[in-house]
Design a binder for this molecule. Structure first.
Ligand SMILES: Cc1ncc(COP(=O)(O)O)c(C=O)c1O
Length: 313
């Protein structure tokens, strides 16, 4: 989906024009992938708009930077305020928000320590990510997720998305909406940009952090909702074939939200429609983010913007 430009981007504490948010080709990040970033959604509700799990997203950005020894000159709280500032300055909601911190123009060479850290925050309208309302037809990727102690999966780093790109391109070229990667031991890991859940019987399963997955905020929200709904949740290593014999499966993610899987490797999951447990969780999630149910977990940070019609809804 093409990016829709807005008026302003936040850069190191200032709002600058969208077209001025440029970097030098010799910036460290261009050559060595030295960036960490976030993807966040701002949803519209009947009385305004709210950013989903903003403090947690900013904490994850701070954590990602810490893993890469990247000194961020802002706290998670300051970055959360900056997100609100840029959304309100642009007056665009609902929207997608992209904070990114990276090593800029300084030295050539792998060592990033003497290249400056730059922080930008952009927001823009954005709709559905995994195509198909009827459920996604996905495949198991021939690419594995990063091995433990290679690229740290808990850091949301730009470099990890080279692996995601391999997964996503292969899926698209072979006619699938998305690919699911196994970890290096052959256990289910995650999609190129989504966490994975499946249901067998009345138990909800998801892959644990040790299987090279990002600690997704949608994942943690679904786990919270499942507990509240009295659904038994098991986080354990899962063999690939569990996906072929499960009753329901779905992706979670800021971009994918809650997207049910219709088939894996052309094997139908259940009868291909959204199953009862996924439907319950899907509804509980969207009721909160769309403001149709009380925000009982304080997931939404309000922004003062006149709300447009949802994009791609
Ligand atoms: C690799 C990967 N896994 C999982 C997720 C889901 O995380 P979240 O729910 O925080 O968006 C994402 C999206 O950020 C991702 O890129």
């Amino acid at each position: 989906m093409a990016i829709q430009a807005t008026d302003h981007i936040w850069h190191n504490g200032e709002l600058i024009p969208w077209n001025k948010a440029q970097i030098h080709v010799m910036s460290h990040v261009v050559h060595y992938g030295s960036s960490v970033f976030e993807g966040i959604r701002c949803y519209s509700q009947p009385n305004g708009a709210g950013v989903f799990r903003l403090p947690e997203h900013m904490q994850r950005l701070v954590d990602s930077a810490k893993i890469y020894r990247m000194p961020l000159p802002y706290t998670a709280e300051e970055l959360a305020t900056a997100v609100i500032d840029v959304i309100e300055a642009n007056g665009v909601a609902p929207c997608y928000i992209r904070p990114v911190a990276f090593r800029g123009y300084g030295e050539i060479g792998v060592n990033p320590l003497r290249s400056p850290v730059e922080v930008y925050i952009a927001n823009f309208p954005w709709g559905k990510y995994v195509p198909g309302n009827e459920g996604a037809d996905v495949c198991i990727s021939s690419w594995n997720r990063m091995a433990p102690n290679t690229l740290p999966a808990l850091a949301k780093a730009g470099a990890n998305y080279m692996n995601s790109q391999l997964i996503r391109m292969e899926a698209e070229i072979n006619g699938y909406a998305e690919g699911i990667a196994l970890d290096v031991n052959g256990y289910l890991s995650e999609g190129s940009g989504e966490n994975l859940f499946l249901v067998r019987g009345d138990v909800l399963y998801t892959t644990p952090l040790a299987n090279s997955v990002l600690n997704g905020l949608t994942r943690s929200s679904i786990l919270q909702l499942a507990k509240q709904l009295g659904i038994t949740v098991v986080e354990q290593a899962l063999p690939r074939e569990m996906l072929y014999i499960c009753d329901e499966a779905f992706f979670t993610g800021t971009a994918a939200e809650v997207t049910h899987l219709r088939s894996v490797d052309r094997i139908l999951i259940g009868d291909g429609t959204m199953g009862p447990i996924t439907t319950k969780l899907h509804k509980a999630f969207f009721d909160i983010v769309n403001g149709l149910a009380p925000d009982r977990y304080n997931w939404l940070t309000p922004v003062n913007v006149k709300v447009a019609e949802p994009v791609g809804a």
